[in-house]
Design a protein around this ligand. Structure first.
Ligand SMILES: Cc1ncc(COP(=O)(O)O)c(C=O)c1O
Length: 387
């Protein structure tokens, strides 16, 4: 099965009784035990008991099977949000004295949670978001490395293959948050990562209307984390699974179209007199273009662009107030274009000194390009920038 076919049929659901091949919402918490005397349950295809929807649910399972196929993984687990998957991962894999390496520009809540886990002895090492800095920090005492395929908000790209090599040598587990690249252009497991996580709230669900998280990995790791998910109670709901299944069917066409529009908008902003700088790895002038083109497929770079407005904070606020079609909101990857101000959203928790070194200045805006017509988006940006 090729990629787009997997997005449509990869759930493997088929109900013989009615000929139904669209996975329905199994709105049930309970499943009958076939053997009343022993209480024996039905068994799922991964060998777990099907008895209670905090553990297993057929709609959720359909989404997991599809996501495992898209990420070239043996199996997957679905969660109520991206953070639910990341917390299950931390709690399931880290020990009291574990060392974890994470770039300082990783998703803020992923870093904050780790710092809170310090109270149980977890040691977090925040490093500069570059391949060299991550590689340099890894040693035999490193339990986990968590990196993102594109950093947020300045869209730096790390060479995951290089990081995977050193992780292997040191016996560390490399986890890649693939939310920003998606399996359309990148499969971290093929490049040597051991675990992939996603906030499916972004491109996978794709319509800015449903939360979700996924972990994809080997059968063994998924079974271990399955038990943690059961105890933490963080499984995806059947309704969320249904909407994520529906959204993911169009992932490839949406990602391609949104990435193409994003490149067009990035080129437009590059020429705009009110714009000082554009950060987008799809631009040939980007310092990350080479590594991004090496690791990502299809010459696509996603739909998130960052740009600096000339004139500082007051001009940025003016742009945010003036946009009409584009909405001021901090998410990304969905059908509606969204503009976010990182210093008050994604980068709010990064200390100012680090923030400035990372290039997250007071005049930086992050745009997630949706499925609107590019001309309408350019017109909206032009009038908001005072063009
Ligand atoms: C890269 C990345 N990972 C994880 C998350 C957390 O996902 P969720 O908001 O679905 O909990 C986000 C949310 O913005 C994100 O951008």
């Amino acid at each position: 099965m090729r990629f787009s076919t997997k997005t449509v049929h990869g759930h493997d659901y088929y109900d013989e009784r009615f000929g139904v091949f669209i996975p329905p919402i199994y709105m049930t918490t309970i499943f009958e035990q076939p053997d009343r005397a022993t209480g024996e349950t039905r068994i799922t295809d991964r060998g777990t008991e099907l008895k209670y929807s905090r553990e297993e649910n057929p709609t959720v399972r359909a989404f997991e099977k599809l996501m495992a196929k898209l990420e070239e993984a043996e199996d997957a687990l679905a969660f109520s949000s991206g953070m639910a998957s990341i917390s299950c991962l931390y709690i399931g894999i880290l020990e009291a004295d574990s060392k974890i390496i994470i770039p300082m520009e990783a998703y803020g809540t992923s870093i904050q949670l780790l710092l809170h886990l310090g109270k149980f002895g977890v040691k977090t090492v925040k490093v500069w978001p570059s391949t060299e800095s991550v590689v340099e920090a890894v040693d035999k005492s490193t339990r986990l490395i968590l990196v993102e395929t594109l950093s947020n908000p300045t869209l730096k790209v790390l060479d995951i293959r290089e990081i995977a090599k050193v992780a292997e040598e040191c016996g560390s587990i490399l986890v890649v948050d693939n939310t920003f690249a998606t399996p359309v252009i990148y499969n971290p497991l093929i490049d040597g990562a051991k675990i992939v996580v996603h906030s499916t709230t972004k491109y996978i669900g794709g319509h800015n209307d449903v939360l979700g998280g996924i972990i994809a990995s080997s059968k063994e790791t998924i079974l271990e984390l399955w038990d943690w998910r059961r105890k933490l109670g963080s499984i995806m709901t059947p309704m969320q699974a249904y909407l994520n299944l529906r959204g993911v069917k169009t992932l490839e066409v949406r990602f391609e179209k949104q990435s193409k529009t994003a490149l067009e908008i990035a080129e437009f902003l590059l020429e705009h007199p009110a714009v000082e700088e554009v950060l987008y790895p799809g631009l040939t002038c980007s310092p990350y273009h080479e590594v991004a083109s090496k690791i990502f497929k299809k010459n696509l770079y996603g739909s998130v662009i960052a740009f600096k407005v000339r004139g500082g904070r007051s001009r940025v606020i003016r742009v945010l107030r003036n946009i009409r079609l584009i909405k001021a909101s901090p998410s990304l990857g969905g059908t509606e274009s969204l503009l976010a101000y990182p210093v008050i959203s994604a980068a709010k928790t990064i200390p100012e000194e680090d923030r400035l070194k990372l290039g997250i200045t007071d005049n930086l805006l992050r745009l997630s390009v949706g499925l609107e017509n590019p001309e309408d988006l350019k017109e909206d940006l032009d009038q908001a920038l005072g063009g």
